[in-house]
Design a protein around this ligand. Structure first.
Ligand code: SF4
Ligand code: SF4
Length: 448
């Protein structure tokens, strides 16, 4: 009964995975699992969002971890974070002691990508998630820190309406902010002393896995339930130059310049776990033939195992090639054709895995953002805009269906769009009190 109550509270609050693709959380914790693991690795080099939450909301986190653990009937509750996050470790240890909690901390080394779900499960449990599988296949459920904090709010009856995020990079004073969902990126950048009018390359997320919002996209970009950071980079920096390369150019460069050194594979974290993903082979196949000729090739199918961490292209490749972007291209094409590979169970981890872990500061330096590594946001900026534009699809599954119309008055927390009956998805709530001024793919609310 208690467990059902928590999943219902989470469903009503519209919580989705805050740090990833936005999988609805009530669907994730509705079963049983041996291990519940909170991902506090925050492996993207420049982000400080999860670190802020762990340092300042430790008691709430521990309470929510206990509740989710009970719901899953989990034998072990673990928060995994890096040993170097000293204030966060201390805050969590003190909260655990205060509550006499059974939550334990697992301290990770400072490598990238420690927060990749498969890597994290392996680090904490010693078990390997099968290629293409979910952590539940080895009895684990993983949620990130911000999601767990949202669960605490749901337990208090509050829906997910606000997001913590880091705004950093080429701005005057990097900040950790708490803003309503639907706040414009440009306003967040201004709060960090950045000038959205100045040419820049803006990324939603961190420098390794974040997505470019594009030159035209910045004006329309808004904070969603999955936004954890906004990174402002120079318009002529390596990220911008790489992003400008067309698919055709990337493929041509792969054909002409890949020397088959296999460094991309040797350092690939999924390969090192024992998964049959070898990006150098994908590069070779794609250099020799077009994708149309290769849909059944087992090396090509293995692109579906790529987590897009970027180690291969931002760190490993000596020729400046883009195995990750080729994998993204291949994955997209296979998905379009409805082709899904089946993969052998993971073998043992690679014997040199420990030696080949990529130190975070070196990953940042090679990715061209080393100069921003020392930036430390101070305190928390809370900001309320005059208007929010809330997308109806911020999660995996069906878009939410509006239940408000232009002219309606809403209060912060009012349900404004509902997950369709029996569909995978999430409810959406007003993040600002005011008047609904438009309802389309986004619901616009003006504060009045
Ligand atoms: S690291 Fe670069 S050059 Fe070497 S095999 Fe991979 S893509 Fe080719
Ligand atoms: S992005 Fe590259 S290194 Fe990362 S999982 Fe994919 S192939 Fe491996």
């Amino acid at each position: 009964m208690e467990e059902k109550m928590l999943t219902e509270q989470i469903r009503r609050a519209g919580i989705v995975g805050c740090g990833g693709a936005g999988f609805p959380t009530h669907k994730k914790i509705c079963g049983r699992a041996e291990d519940f693991i909170v991902n506090g690795a925050e492996c993207e080099p420049l982000l400080r969002t999860d670190r802020y939450i762990m340092a300042h909301c430790a008691d709430r986190l521990i309470a929510a971890v206990e509740a989710i653990g009970d719901c899953l009937e989990a034998a072990r509750l673990t928060i995994a974070l890096k040993a170097e996050y000293v204030p966060q470790v201390q805050a969590l240890e003190e909260a655990i002691a205060r509550k006499n909690s059974r939550v334990r901390l697992h301290l990770l080394a400072g490598f990238y990508p420690a927060g990749d779900e498969h890597v994290l499960v392996h680090e904490v449990t010693g078990r390997t998630v099968p290629p293409g599988g979910l952590p539940l296949a080895v009895g684990a459920v993983v949620d990130n820190v911000a999601t767990v904090l949202a669960v605490y709010d749901a337990m208090e009856g509050k829906p997910l309406t606000h997001k913590y995020l880091t705004v950093t990079g080429a701005v005057e004073h990097p900040v950790v902010m708490r803003v309503p969902v639907g706040t414009a990126f440009t306003e967040c950048i201004r709060q960090a002393g950045g000038d959205p009018q100045r040419p820049a390359f803006v990324v939603a997320g961190g420098p390794m896995m974040g997505k470019s919002v594009g030159k035209q996209g910045l004006e329309k970009a808004v904070v969603t339930k999955t936004t954890s950071g906004i990174l402002v980079l120079p318009a002529d920096g390596p990220h911008a130059i790489r992003e400008e390369l067309s698919v055709e150019k990337i493929l041509n460069r792969a054909r002409s310049s890949c020397i088959q050194c296999s460094y991309c594979t040797q350092l690939c974290p999924r390969f090192l776990l024992g998964h049959p993903l070898q990006p150098h082979r994908i590069m070779r196949r794609m250099a020799m033939a077009s994708l149309e000729e290769l849909p059944d090739d087992k090396d090509i199918l293995a692109a579906q195992l790529c987590c897009e961490c970027g180690v291969c292209e931002l760190y490993a490749c000596p020729m400046g090639l883009s195995p990750r972007r080729i994998n993204v291209l291949v994955k997209g094409e296979l998905a379009r054709r409805g082709i899904r590979g089946t993969f052998d169970l993971a073998e043992e981890e690679h014997p040199d895995r420990e030696l080949r872990k990529v130190p975070v500061h070196r990953a940042a330096a090679r990715a061209g953002v080393g100069a921003f590594m020392s930036l430390e946001p101070e305190g928390l900026v809370t900001y309320t805009p005059k208007q929010v534009e809330i997308p109806l699809k911020m999660h995996i599954g069906a878009p939410a269906q509006p239940v408000v119309a232009p002219g309606d008055r809403v209060e912060e927390g009012t349900l404004i769009a509902r997950c369709p009956e029996n569909a995978l998805g999430a409810h959406i709530h007003a993040s600002l009190s005011g008047i609904v001024t438009a309802v389309g793919e986004r619901i616009v609310i003006e504060s009045r």
